[in-house]
Design a protein around this ligand. Sequence first.
Ligand SMILES: Nc1ncnc2c1ncn2[C@@H]1O[C@H](COP(=O)(O)OP(=O)(O)OP(=O)(O)O)[C@@H](O)[C@H]1O
Ligand SMILES: [Mg+2]
Length: 252
Amino acid sequence: MEAKIIAIVNHKGGVGKTTTAVNLTASLATFEKKVLLVDLDPQANATSHFDVNAEEGNNIYLSIRGDLKELPIVKLNDCLDLVPSSLDLSAAEIEITSKISRETILHKLIKPLRSKYDYIIIDCPPSLGLLTINALATSQKTIIPVDFGTFAVIGMAKLIDIIQAVKENINDDLSENCILLTKYDPRMNMHKDMLSSIRETLEERTFDTIIRTNIALNEAAYNNKPIVEYSPQSNGAIDYLKLAEEIINTKF
Ligand SMILES: Nc1ncnc2c1ncn2[C@@H]1O[C@H](COP(=O)(O)OP(=O)(O)OP(=O)(O)O)[C@@H](O)[C@H]1O
Ligand SMILES: [Mg+2]
């Protein structure tokens, strides 16, 4: 077994990266896939979403800057592990700028873990800086959440360019990007119109699964639980379980 490594990436903030990272990870685990979630965002939202408090000594910052030789892993259940983040990580981006091979620090840390998992999911910060480049440099696939509330498609070309540059220069295993449409409200005509125009105009593949706007997803985050645990009957749980199935079945 060699884990498939997937980066959840979009430099635009608030599009549903962390919601997707947390709930996709928890959904894959319900299908008994072994999953590791790597929180690579200094905001540490995924870490708190799982109710983990990264104390000193057990967060990814120490591994990225080289103080720890391994990634610190917190076991959440039989199938689900987390590498926690903390606010300190915001300093790492500057501290590693002068390091040789600064783009592949995460790749080296993840390599020995690949045989232990089916999927490794990386939650990226809302920027195209060195942390995001590190995520792209070790991934085979990217999921790009795009939300209906904004014109998030604008600015996508820049992201696709960066992914392409990483593929050409650092990581030729990076084989596929797939857009995940989030915060969809089928009652809004504007969203319905946008859906057809997005599907016609975008060159990138989009998932068949669309994540609907669902307040239970906010509440689940607030209550520090993944949606499959917090409200298993909600649309949010249904959509993220469907996404997990699509990923498993299409061998994405
Ligand atoms: N499908 C949804 N329905 C309702 N609310 C949602 C949905 N997806 C995400 N949200 C809410 O939108 C907000 C932003 O989501 P999230 O934190 O996942 O975005 P992000 O891309 O990770 O943001 P950042 O760029 O700051 O890391 C959160 O409050 C989250 O609960
Ligand atoms: Mg986030």
